[in-house]
Design a protein around this ligand. Structure first.
Ligand SMILES: Nc1ncnc2c1ncn2[C@@H]1O[C@H](COP(=O)(O)OP(=O)(O)OP(=O)(O)O)[C@@H](O)[C@H]1O
Length: 270
């Protein structure tokens, strides 16, 4: 079922059109959004999540049998409507533990957050929810670790955990592999595939091996416009995509050669 769609979505920065009349629909699938640097991927995510207001066009969310116009709704309203984004530059509280970060995110998304002090049962529920999510993202053994001391890979897992805490049905994953060492890539890939089993997922990822392996569908942006939309095989074999982006792509060559390979060690701050 289609869950999110855009019609004629456009963002101009002065004379530059960063996103150019994009018609897009996300269903229950793992769709990757790829394209060269500056293609408009981040701007598109910012438009979907209300970080930016479009110059033209609409963003709509499925509500039962109808579509609701959520164009320009602020980020908290977008999150409340079930669209969550994992940030490349994260919003974790570095001094708080992994568990506290997820529990706080679950509380913030819950309807009774303002009366929590009166409602011990609600608190226990959020603690349990955080336990379950940490099991799912395989961070349970680091529940009591301060977020700042996690490795890059574990930080990406925590970001996904925080996004899951809001109980979304659409997840926008913003380079979940950024900065992760090659040994940890398989864990992140397993996590992406796992969350895609029960969420609609839109993934921005530069590592083409990951994109080709996990995606049901790939949308290619170039200079703000969609130049291809299809299965990994269709997109890989598309001459326009080869020219704009994938020129010279060979399976297996992307791993370890991408940006952000600065090792999977703690970085001192989240
Ligand atoms: N706030 C802004 N003001 C002016 N220009 C901007 C702004 N944000 C982005 N741009 C421009 O819009 C274009 C699209 O940028 P965007 O960051 O969306 O691309 P991207 O596909 O995410 O790139 P990357 O892969 O490098 O992250 C670029 O030319 C960029 O310089």
């Amino acid at each position: 079922m289609a869950r999110l769609r855009t019609r004629g979505l456009t963002k101009r920065f002065g004379g530059l059109t960063a996103v150019d009349h994009v018609d897009f629909e996300l269903g229950d699938e793992l769709c990757s959004l790829i394209g060269p640097n500056g293609a408009g991927k981040t701007t598109f995510f910012d438009l979907l999540t209300g970080v930016l207001e479009p110059t033209e066009g609409t963003v709509e969310r499925r509500r039962g049998d109808t579509w609701e116009d959520v164009t320009g709704a602020p980020p908290h309203a977008t999150a409340a409507s079930g669209v969550h984004r994992s940030y490349q530059i994260t919003s974790v509280f570095p001094e708080r533990t992994v568990h506290e970060n997820v529990r706080i995110a679950a509380q913030a998304a819950g309807s009774d957050s303002y009366t929590l002090w009166r409602n011990a049962g609600a608190f226990d529920r959020y603690v349990e929810e955080a336990d379950d999510i940490l099991d799912r993202v395989r961070l349970a053994d680091r529940a009591d670790t301060p977020a700042r001391s996690l490795s890059h890979g574990a930080k990406r897992q925590l970001e996904v955990a925080i996004a899951l805490a809001g109980d979304p049905d659409v997840l926008l994953l913003d380079e979940p592999n950024a900065g992760v060492s090659s040994e940890s890539v398989d864990d992140i890939v397993a996590l992406i595939e796992d969350v895609a089993s029960d969420h609609a997922v839109l993934l921005v990822e530069h590592n083409m091996d990951i994109v080709m392996n996990v995606s049901d569908r790939i949308v290619v942006l170039n200079r703000g416009s969609v130049i291809a939309d299809g299965t990994p095989e269709e997109v890989r074999d598309d001459p326009a995509v080869q020219e704009a982006y994938l020129g010279g792509y060979e399976p297996g060559a992307a791993r370890g050669t991408d940006r952000g390979e600065d090792g999977d060690t703690a970085e001192g701050s989240a």
